[in-house]
Design a protein around this ligand. Structure first.
Ligand code: PMP
Length: 381
């Protein structure tokens, strides 16, 4: 069902949500059926809210077929806080002070992590980890302006790394790993913020997955962390409580007040994925179809539209492209908006256009953009 005032929203995040999810949230805003109150008014210690939290977790477990040895956490602070938190838990050594020395003044040794730098978000993750310990850059896509992901042979992983960190989808540059890279046994930690729940994955290949919910899993305010028990047990003692995965897991995300409504939205979105979309394989098929429509417009445009990502690294979530002149890009954005196609401006660091086509963006919306791209090119090309 369409809503006559709603535009096609290609925002990179917070991003479009499924209409049926918004409608259900709206229907239940004043009173969750049976509970007598809004989710917004509900104690996080109530059995009602615990039910919501458990159901959201159960849906995530089902979608990713997570075994029991994985914890599912609902934290705050965005994926940005995870950049620091994961390094504090898995890179920082117990007894090591902020200047990198042990209490006895000796330089700490041993622990290091490998980072794969595929774009702006990986750079930020790297920067925060460097504050916590020794970090090795296993690959950096800077010479190619972050237009691709590395091949397996280009990855320079180091033996004994505490973990390998990747960004499965770079939201700004629009490059994505098609396959999970092999880490030769080191725990793989993945920032999956912008392709979380967009396709099936083999979750057991990961030590930890984290994602802000505001692209594919709900609204802003909650970050989902999926963490393997073996890795969790490596965390040092004495971390600040809120930044300690072990404590968050022991308290099942209820150590303090979680972002209750955001968790509720995750429940509705994951239910939509399971019941309306029919699971991640279906979702991936639709996402591939949507991405194909836009990349085809770029490829058939005789360089009128110039894709940023190399074809073998193209993201199915964020499609990025430029045009020959900035003035034409401005005109494109203006005309697109007049046709109800919103938020297509690329990130300032890349320029040009970016269409974020997460799960909730319909095929119909992407087709409308494709038609506009073809038509705009005919008029201006
Ligand atoms: N990682 C990626 C891949 C992102 O796209 C974003 C947000 N755009 C972040 C991390 C940061 O997320 P947050 O704003 O939730 O901290």
């Amino acid at each position: 069902m369409k809503h006559k005032q709603r535009v096609y929203n290609f925002s990179a995040g917070p991003a479009a949500l499924p209409l049926s999810v918004l409608q259900e949230a709206q229907r239940n805003l004043l009173c969750l059926p049976g509970a007598g109150m809004s989710v917004l008014e509900m104690s996080h210690r109530s059995s009602w809210f615990e039910g919501i939290l458990h159901a959201a977790e159960a849906n995530l477990r089902k979608l990713y077929q997570l075994p029991d040895r994985y914890h599912v956490l609902f934290l705050q602070g965005g994926a940005s806080l995870q950049f620091s938190m994961l390094a504090m838990n898995f890179l920082r050594e117990s007894g090591k002070s902020a200047d990198g020395r042990h209490a006895d003044g000796q330089q700490a040794d041993g622990q290091h992590a490998d980072y794969v730098v595929t774009g702006a978000w990986a750079q930020k993750a790297l920067k925060e980890a460097q504050r916590e310990g020794a970090v090795h850059v296993a690959w950096d896509g800077k010479p190619d302006h972050y237009s691709r992901v590395p091949t397996a042979s280009e990855l320079k992983l180091t033996p004994g790394a505490a973990y390998v960190h990747i960004t499965s989808n770079e939201t700004i540059q629009g490059v994505q790993f098609e396959k999970t890279p092999d880490t030769s046994g080191a725990p793989l930690i993945c920032d999956m913020s912008s392709d979380f729940l967009s396709r099936p994955i083999d979750a057991q290949r990961y030590g930890m997955i984290y994602a802000g919910a505001q692209k594919n899993a709900g609204g802003s305010g909650v970050t989902i962390v999926i963490l393997q028990d073996e890795l969790l047990n490596k965390a040092p003692e004495g971390l600040p409580s809120m930044l300690d995965y072990r404590l968050q897991a022991e308290h099942k995300s209820l150590y303090n007040t979680p972002s209750t409504f955001a968790v509720y939205l995750v429940l509705l979105v994951t239910r939509w994925l399971l019941e309306e979309v029919g699971g991640l394989e279906h979702m991936a098929r639709i996402n591939d179809q949507k991405a194909h429509l836009l990349y085809e417009a770029i490829d058939c445009s005789e360089s009128f539209y110039r894709g940023h990502a190399r074809p073998d690294s193209r993201s199915t979530m964020n499609v990025t492209w430029r045009m020959a002149e900035e003035a034409l890009e401005k005109e494109f954005l203006k005309e697109a908006q007049a046709q109800g196609l919103y938020e297509l401006k690329g990130h300032r660091s890349v320029g040009g256009m970016r269409a974020s086509i997460y799960n909730a963006m319909t095929l119909e919306g992407v087709q409308a953009l494709r038609d506009f791209m073809d038509e705009f090119r005919k008029r201006h090309g």
